[in-house]
Design a protein around this ligand. Structure first.
Ligand code: F6R
Length: 258
């Protein structure tokens, strides 16, 4: 796990967006795995800005969303599919055929999980997976207690995740209590992973992920076993890392100069 400490949230966000942008610029046929959530919103804005300043070819890449709420169709304003379409795909000119979305309203959700795993395999696997982290250490919606060898499946969301994400649901709009998520093993199969974590609320989860034991109670700790994970942090998210001085000294110069 390569841990990169940044001086500010803006710098960490810009760096993470630059890593995605560079990958697409260098390899137009890349297969991306894309996360959603509050941390990703400014990252995608940055990605769109980078593209507008110096356009690159998005027409040949393919991407897979990381997760979706069960029951929400892709055109539901609270769905992750809707978020991606409006904030990422439309501004970058990514077409529907390129962007694989989980159908939260699939009539047979189990079959939807199988279909998604098959589609990832048919695409040759995911080259670069973007991740956030939950305050409880989840990645995707793999909540504490998830099997480290899990694959795409339906999960019940923990009360703390429901509380953390309630802010995205306006009053009167029902918040689903389950989701479909790529499994931990599905994430570990991705060739490269970039995680962005911002803010004090993520500090405990980040420390457990990077310096705690490998444990189903902190699903993100599974990334310790992944050979090519870069974790980009601002100072607040890094504050509980015991070895943060070492990470700061070792931080690769080329990443910081991005
Ligand atoms: C979203 C996802 C989640 C979020 C995590 C952090 O697709 O997979 O794991 O990355 O819940 O969410 P924010 O960024 O809203 O704190």
């Amino acid at each position: 796990m390569n841990i990169v400490l940044c001086d500010s949230a803006a710098q960490a966000t810009r760096l993470s967006a630059t890593l995605i942008y560079r990958e697409v610029a260098a390899r137009p046929l890349v297969v991306l795995g894309l996360a959603t959530g509050g941390t990703m919103d400014p990252l995608y804005q940055e990605l769109v800005s980078l593209h507008r300043a110096c356009p690159i070819r998005w027409s040949d890449m393919r991407c897979f969303n990381l997760d979706e709420y069960v029951g929400l169709a892709v055109d539901h304003p609270m769905s992750y599919g809707y978020f991606m379409r409006h904030k990422v795909f439309d501004p970058l000119g990514v077409r529907e055929v390129q962007a694989h979305l989980l159908r939260g309203d699939a009539p047979d959700p189990q079959e939807e999980c199988r279909r998604y795993e098959d589609a990832i395999a048919a695409a040759g696997g995911i080259d670069l997976q973007l991740l956030g982290i939950g305050e409880n250490g989840h990645i995707g919606f793999n909540e504490p207690g998830s099997s480290l060898d899990s694959r795409t499946r339906i999960v019940h969301l923990n009360p703390d995740t429901l509380t953390a994400n309630r802010r995205f649901f306006p009053p009167g709009v029902c918040q689903p209590e389950s989701a479909i998520t790529l499994g931990i093993q599905t994430i570990l199969d991705c060739r490269q992973i970039v995680m962005l974590a911002i803010g004090e609320k993520k500090a405990s989860a980040v420390a457990a992920m990077a310096e705690g034991p490998l444990s189903a109670m902190c699903p993100a700790s599974a990334l310790q076993m992944h050979p090519a994970t870069t974790v980009v942090l601002d100072t607040s998210a890094a504050q509980r890392l015991r070895l943060k001085d070492r990470y700061r000294r070792a931080g690769p110069a080329d990443l910081h100069s991005a």
